[in-house]
Design a protein around this ligand. Sequence first.
Ligand code: GLN
Length: 475
Amino acid sequence: MIDLKTLTIKKAHDHLSKKDFTASDLAHAYVKEIQNKNPDINAYLETYADIDAQAKLADQKFEAGTAGILTGIPLAIKDNILIKGRIVSSASKMLQHYTGTYDATVISKLKEHAPVFLGRANMDEFAMGGSTENSAFGVTKNPWDTSRVSGGSSGGSAAAVAADMALAALGSDTGGSIRQPASFCGLVGFKPSYGAVSRHGLMAMASSLDQVGPIAKTAEDAELIFNAIRGKDRMDSTTLEIINNTTEAKKHFRIGVPFSFMDKGVDADVMKNFTDSLEALKKLGHEIVDIELPNIDHALAVYYILMPAEVSSNLARFDGVKYGLHKDGKDLLEEYLLSRKEGFGDEVRRRIILGTYVLSTGYYDAYYNKANIVRALLVRDFETAFENVDFVATPTSPIPAFKIGEKSADPLAMYLADIFTVSANITSLPAISVPSGFANREGKLLPLGIQFTAPFKHDDTLFTIGKLFEQSRVY
Ligand code: GLN
């Protein structure tokens, strides 16, 4: 019996190397969990038919002595990352039957190691949401309490890992979609510096904010995946090579906390857990510094102007002609209207309308341009803060996982839950969410997370602080 509960990538690799079990054994153990749990949790929209063949390939690599750290590691892939020859739908009716025509760069980089792709993970449609309730194919339940959401938009990726239906996963993060579901499910979620990971083959939501990254059980596992997918890519001109900067081996950090920003509707248990976490960090020898980020109050407004603007432009390509769903109409305009009406869910349409509005003549200056100006101010705020501190820390989410249906009728309430995560995307900065303990609700433990944000390109130091924090075991 393989103990999936305590397994990490590092441990699995050691067992595979020592031939305690094969990649095929490991894949079968996960497939069994998926068969048992997925009908209820709905983390996967599809599990792949060729899992056995993929695992055999990994086993051959072990036989040949060419296996790497990710060889044979069973992964879930968010349903907006292209894999050649496989369906990839962004959990949208629009692309329900769409098959990837090429591998995303992150996929081709992973394939070099021969991991096992178990299946495609559920998500909010086109990554728009924070609960996976916007999937066209049903919500993903939180394995810690199935009456609650798994978070979003990468809720399927997080739930798969949390329920031992995958050892790790890829997600995408435009405003928190890796970090927030990771925190709701008791996992580590990492959003790289903008450009650290190629977006080639990631279905675009808001191109200036999107990044692919890992969801995993430990900071070390997340780091292993990040190291496999990072790097400059000639297919994405915004990518850059980030030199590993952890060699300085610094062990004591100055951690900035924007305390005046913390009274914004943060749940009492979340706040208590956050202050406990800060105490634990102090005990480890780190210094906690009160910092000001003068424009941080505007971050959410900036995000919910810029993001829909980019969404409205990116999703214009889904016209019923070029890709996916097509509806016949009496003329071209009617075909566009019918196809988009049928293909897109409510939240996607809401954002397209919002985005079109903020980009329209007359409102462009009032909204889009102004948001861009404040974006630049926010970048400056963080730069100033980082002159004095190594990291900025906040809770990842102001609330623990909420009930399915609790916020779906009120989009604004849902948007407010993104208050702590959006600024990293707006400012291009790397950020990590690390499990920090639990809130108790109705006798169930709901995981919480602490978020660390680092200066641009200092991605690697986030794994250092993540590992140090994990060792502090505050809970
Ligand atoms: N919850 C945020 C939103 O709804 C983040 C989405 C994301 O990161 N893809 O836009």
